[in-house]
Design a protein around this ligand. Structure first.
Ligand SMILES: *Cc1c(COP(=O)(O)O)cnc(C)c1O
Length: 390
């Protein structure tokens, strides 16, 4: 047998292991110091009551002959697809039920979707970036081109007519930068994709953090997007489903063969999300569920605002923090990402994520997240002020 040698082209990532190692060494040497982690990339608040109630009920159903369920539809149960359809409708996006596919999360489908595309497509990915977009394409042996996100474009790159691409990744609100595209900017991408016969893979995992009604939560709020975009969303950040696993992928029928091909791909390689999880996901979209998750999102957003306000006071340039749990700051005094990491750990005992770990344009930047506790975020920001504002 031959192995897939494309795996040899993957870059090793030591980002999170190096962070863990440095923090552990610091704690060993300074056991009396309290280290605060603002690098957390996972939610920390528990599932809301509407969700756990639905889970309990579904578990009980599974233990009774008359309500037991075996294999479900690969694309998801209608009750959940209808709930997702209703959610989109509340943002003025009309979707047909057979354009909605229930998934076990956005990450899997962002990788799986590549089954539909030929090997010779040119893939365009912003730098800095969520590593999944790059690595899944490298594994398949596809060429990846990067488009620069940087301070000049406030980390929101726009299409360049001289660059030809077939598959384009956009994540808004963005991980790692927290930057969010407005409708005019997204419209430029949609027009570019239509003109180039390209497809946009739109990652809207953080849409629930958008609080400005004028900012797009879905790419389908842009005219023409159903002719060129596939959207990936997830309940991971929305409703704390990182460990429960449920998301949804929209493949519009206007995309020609792609919708039918995706049905074929899913029915062949996927057997659906567990019934109990789909009932839990359905509960997220109920009035009660929406109210409860909103409280959790607000909690994170207050942390984000506190971080952003503090950085402003300290005159530290940053994007994000408003419609996103992420804050992306320029390291003070022109420090490099890892240099700032060490400086912050040593002098404020605050841990974040070096921007250099997300791509070459991340060098000199640093990511903080709002997924920590309120108390810790307050304490960390107090330490920032002492360090940078005195
Ligand atoms: C967290 C995250 C997701 C969600 O992934 P799941 O597999 O649904 O948990 C997707 N995209 C980005 C950019 C993320 O940060």
């Amino acid at each position: 047998m031959n192995i897939n040698t494309n795996y040899e082209n993957l870059e090793q990532s030591y980002l999170f292991s190096t962070i863990a190692k440095k923090v552990n060494e610091y704690i060993q040497k300074n056991p009396d110091k309290k280290v605060i982690r603002l690098g957390i990339g996972d939610v920390t608040l528990p599932l809301c009551k509407a969700v756990t109630d639905a889970l309990h009920k579904a578990v009980d159903e599974m233990g009774v002959q008359s309500t037991f369920r075996g294999y479900g539809p690969e694309q998801g149960y209608d009750f959940l697809r209808e709930a997702v359809q209703g959610y989109y409708k509340s943002h003025n996006v009309e979707l047909e039920l057979d354009e909605i596919f229930i998934s076990d999360g956005a990450k899997s489908d962002l990788g799986n979707i590549l089954d539909l595309f030929g090997i010779n497509n040119t893939v365009l990915v912003p730098d800095p970036v969520y590593p999944v977009y790059v690595d899944t394409n490298i594994m398949a042996g596809r060429e990846v081109k990067f488009i620069d996100a940087n301070g000049d474009n406030e980390f929101l790159p726009l299409p360049d007519k001289n660059v030809k691409a077939d598959v384009i990744y956009i994540c808004s609100p963005n991980n790692p930068t927290g930057a969010v595209y407005n409708k005019e900017q997204l419209k430029m991408w949609v027009e570019y994709a239509l003109a180039n016969n390209a497809v946009i893979l739109f990652d809207s995992a953080y849409e629930c953090f958008i609080s400005d009604k004028n900012l797009p939560r879905s790419i389908y709020e842009i005219e023409g997007a159903k002719d060129c975009a596939i959207e990936f969303c997830s309940l991971s950040k929305t409703a704390g489903f990182t460990g429960t696993r449920c998301g949804y992928t929209i493949v519009p029928k206007n995309l020609g063969k792609l919708n039918k091909m995706w049905v074929r791909r899913q029915t062949t390689k996927f057997n659906g999300v567990p019934y109990i999880v789909q009932r839990a996901a359905e509960a997220v979209f109920t009035e009660e569920g929406q109210k409860e998750i909103e409280e959790n999102i607000s909690y994170y957003k207050e942390n984000a605002k506190l971080i952003s306000d503090t950085l402003k006071e300290c005159n530290i340039w940053h994007v994000g923090g408003k419609h996103s749990p992420y804050i992306w700051l320029k390291c003070p005094n022109n420090m490099k990402s890892w240099e700032f990491f060490d400086y912050l750990l040593e002098n404020a005992q605050v841990v974040g994520t070096p921007g250099a770990g997300f791509g070459k344009n991340g060098e000199g930047y640093f990511r903080l997240t709002s997924f920590g506790s309120k108390e810790n975020t307050i304490e960390a920001m107090w330490r920032f002020k002492k360090l940078f504002n005195e």
